[in-house]
Design a binder for this molecule. Structure first.
Ligand code: 8YV
Length: 335
């Protein structure tokens, strides 16, 4: 009997997913969630045929150089700015991600953040827990927030998640403007009731601006001091995309100086460190990168990453046809 291929799982995962992987592979699972530096990643990937990695694991040319065994790297996330796709493709290593399965949960969470920041849910709860609620004699004008209904929703980055955020706007009676590299097909625009505008117009007109764009070199600080200055003072910014798309220091300054009403952030520059100026503010809702973290969705993401590895290494019903490849040229080359 030939030995099973080996795979490395960079973070603890659901037992049912690990059990499925173990049907085909010899599985090495990291016992705790922590990022791995280049030297460690290089060493972990050296003796395996495939790997499931997290967003904190940066797989680049230096990490895979000289590795002739590795065939597939499955990212546990839809965003893949941690993978050097060119280097992987050059090395003939397939990369995969987890699109679609998280779209609706992340869109739900964008609305959770919008509502929480607009209606000051986190700050009010902190105040209540600290025992400050005086009861029925609370000031009538205390804890007043912003309404969502009737306000303009702006979406920067109109991929699958942006569209799912837009579709939910109908229920809130919010007109939708979007800006994207390319215009959506008319039928999709109609379904999302979304109108394409230039970035300056989006910044100037949005009452709620949700960022859902991928993190690329061009998108670094897509929202910095100059962009924040173009937004309404009464506006609210939501980042569910990636840390680094927003200049967090500039955002904290704008919030402190009243140049922006509020913000809600699920992602940060330099995670898990949060800029201290943001931590000091009450008009920003902060969460630890959990937009995709519903039980169903996290399980589906892990299963999809496993499906990709199983198929890429030639097993299961979809052998040779991994469901969500990022560099399918590698597959074509092998076919
Ligand atoms: C993470 C995400 O994958 O999918 C993405 O791009 O940012 C998240 O869904 C998740 O936080 C696991 O680290």
């Amino acid at each position: 009997m030939t030995a099973k291929p080996k795979i490395w799982v960079a973070r603890p995962l659901f037992p049912e997913v690990l059990a499925r992987l173990a049907d085909y592979f010899e599985v090495q699972v990291e016992p705790e969630d922590r990022p791995h530096d280049a030297a460690e990643l290089r060493q972990k990937l050296a003796g395996v045929d495939g790997a499931l990695v997290g967003l904190a694991d940066r797989v680049d040319a230096a990490v895979i150089e000289g590795n002739h065994r590795l065939k597939v790297v499955a990212n546990l996330g839809v965003g893949y700015n941690n993978l050097d796709l060119e280097a992987l493709t050059r090395a003939g290593v397939l990369a995969t991600n987890t699109p679609d399965v998280l779209t609706e949960s992340v869109a739900d969470y964008a609305w959770a953040l919008m509502l929480a920041a607009a209606r000051r849910v986190s700050a009010a709860e902190r105040w209540l827990r600290a025992g400050h609620w005086p009861g029925s004699n609370m000031r009538f004008d205390d804890w007043m927030g912003l309404d969502l209904h009737g306000r303009t929703l702006g979406i920067l980055g109109m991929g699958r998640i942006g569209q799912a955020v837009a579709r939910r706007a109908l229920g809130f009676g919010m007109p939708v403007l979007y800006h994207n590299r390319s215009r959506l097909p008319e039928a999709v625009e109609r379904e999302c009731r979304a109108i394409l505008v230039g970035k300056p117009e989006l910044l100037a007109r949005a009452d709620f601006l949700v960022l859902v764009l991928p993190f690329t070199a061009e998108n670094r600080h897509a929202i910095g001091a100059p962009e924040l200055a173009q937004m309404k003072r009464s506006a609210l910014l939501v980042n569910i995309a990636r840390g680094g798309i927003v200049d967090d220091a500039a955002l904290a300054a704008a919030l402190r100086e009243g140049k922006l009403a509020a913000a809600a952030l699920d992602v940060f520059e330099g995670e898990p460190v949060v800029h201290p100026d943001l931590l000091a503010l009450d008009n920003v809702v902060l969460s630890p990168h959990i937009a995709s973290a519903s039980g169903e969705t996290r399980r589906a993401m892990a299963q999809l990453a496993a499906d990709n590895v199983i198929a890429a290494l030639g097993y299961g019903e979809s052998a040779g046809k991994p469901p969500t490849p990022l560099n399918p040229a590698v597959l074509a080359h092998k076919a």
